[in-house]
Ligand binder design. Structure first.
Ligand SMILES: Cc1cc2nc3c(=O)[nH]c(=O)nc-3n(C[C@H](O)[C@H](O)[C@H](O)COP(=O)(O)OP(=O)(O)OC[C@H]3O[C@@H](n4cnc5c(N)ncnc54)[C@H](O)[C@@H]3O)c2cc1C
Length: 396
């Protein structure tokens, strides 16, 4: 006899877990499948830290969504009785003065924050005074926004899974969705690689980079792209510890580089690159960081954060984005199969939106419209299109 749920969700990353919690709060019976363990070691949501920022250049919607999520991150600290969201602020350093024509990502974000009543601290010619680790020659301008920080994402995923179970979500770890069964044009069940069958009134696929493999019709629009992550053991940790350091981006839309202060428990400085990445098959291709990636990191550090330039790299990871061609999330009902909804397409920037993703996906599954759902609907995307998320470095 198969288990039956009102809603059955495949995937327990931030998309799947926030949806399970939201649907359970709406009083539905909810089942959740995930391979191996939660947090899954290879999941994008599983990491020691992820940036929580409102800065999206000229993009009002993402800024408003991120601002909407800030209070939830703080309240989740209370709910879970532990500070997993660290509001240490965000340093946005730039090589081009705000006065330069062409409106840099930093200049546009700064103005948007002021327009919305926030009080960022301008760093024009004085970044060294506030954050001595930075090479002030390279970064003549920028700002520091105290309303931002990082979340210990892997630990939040564990807490959210425990919380979901407390609410009554039935979690099936070690179950890998393999077939989305249909009857009469409606999705009615999931059969797993492990040989189990689960029935549902409605299925929600939040399987991250595996989503286009469960739904091949998405493959033209969604790719798995791999991005390098480095953990360094700082020789001068005092220079990279809050409040003398914070989450940072270094001319990110032109370089991709960003990073974090010394991690409270791991004791490392994480640095990563928000660039084009390399397209990979999520299961068949190796997820490795190359010597060339490391050389680029060293070049960046030598110029920008010299005190870290020769410190040991103690861990690397090539983490995968579920990358839509336009960089926007993919949240909608399937246009051709009833009883099936998709929540995916994080494109390297969705973790911070965790508190609102569940609402967006639950509304889509219920056939409702959310104030922010229009842009993430099922859509045709021309292949040559550029990523539209403004912090993203778009050159190879
Ligand atoms: C290097 C890197 C840095 C990032 N930095 C940031 C940042 O600083 N700030 C930010 O906001 N965002 C960031 N992101 C983006 C963010 O991490 C992702 O957008 C988000 O975590 C994606 O969540 P997800 O639930 O879609 O996928 P995942 O977290 O990957 O979860 C998918 C889940 O589905 C499961 N699954 C897979 N196949 C199946 C199946 N067949 N059946 C059932 N379950 C399945 C997996 O095991 C996994 O648990 C970053 C991402 C990467 C890769």
């Amino acid at each position: 006899m198969s288990d039956h749920y009102d809603f059955l969700i495949a995937g327990a990353g931030i998309f799947g877990l926030s949806t399970a919690i939201e649907l359970r709060k709406r009083k539905y019976s909810v089942g959740l499948l995930n391979p191996d363990t939660i947090p899954h070691p290879l999941a994008a949501s599983t990491d020691i830290s992820k940036v929580v920022r409102m800065e999206y250049g000229t993009d009002d919607e993402y800024m408003d969504m991120a601002a909407y999520c800030m209070d939830s991150w703080r309240s989740w600290n209370e709910l879970f009785g532990e500070e997993l969201y660290h509001e240490v602020g965000f340093i946005l350093a730039t090589r081009s003065p705000f006065s330069d024509p062409g409106d840099s990502f930093e200049a546009a974000s700064y103005r948007k924050l002021l327009d919305k009543g926030y009080s960022p601290v301008r760093l024009n010619g004085n970044i060294g005074a506030y954050f001595p680790a930075f090479n002030p020659q390279v970064y003549p301008d920028g700002f520091y926004n105290p309303t931002a920080g990082f979340v210990e994402s892997g630990r939040i995923i564990k807490k959210l899974a425990d919380y979901a179970e407390q609410l009554g979500v039935v979690i099936h770890q070690g179950q890998t969705a393999q077939v989305l069964e249909q009857a009469g044009g409606k999705c009615t069940a999931i059969s797993t690689r492990e040989g189990v069958r689960f029935e549902a009134g409605h299925v929600v696929v939040c399987a991250g980079v595996f989503t286009p493999w469960l739904l091949p019709e998405l493959q033209p629009y969604i790719k798995a792209t791999g991005h390098p992550v480095f953990h360094l053991r700082p020789g001068k940790p005092e220079l990279f510890t809050y409040p003398r350091f914070a989450v940072f981006s270094a001319d990110i839309s032109n370089t991709g580089w960003y990073g974090f202060p010394v991690h409270p428990t791991e004791g490392v400085v994480k640095i990563a690159n928000h660039g084009v990445g390399v397209t990979l098959h999520p299961e068949n291709d190796a997820r490795v960081v190359t010597a060339e990636d490391k050389r680029k990191l060293r070049d960046f550090l030598r110029e920008s954060l010299p005190a870290l330039a020769d410190d040991p790299i103690v861990y690397t990871r090539r983490c995968l984005y579920t990358d839509t061609l336009d960089g926007h999330f993919w949240i909608d009902r399937h246009p051709g199969i009833e009883g099936l909804t998709v929540g995916t397409g994080g494109s390297g920037h969705a973790l911070k939106m965790g508190p609102v993703l569940g609402e967006l996906i639950a509304d889509a599954a219920e056939g409702r419209t959310h104030r922010w759902s229009a842009r993430y609907r099922w859509r045709h995307i021309e292949s040559g299109i550029q990523q539209e998320e403004e912090a993203r470095f778009k050159e190879n």
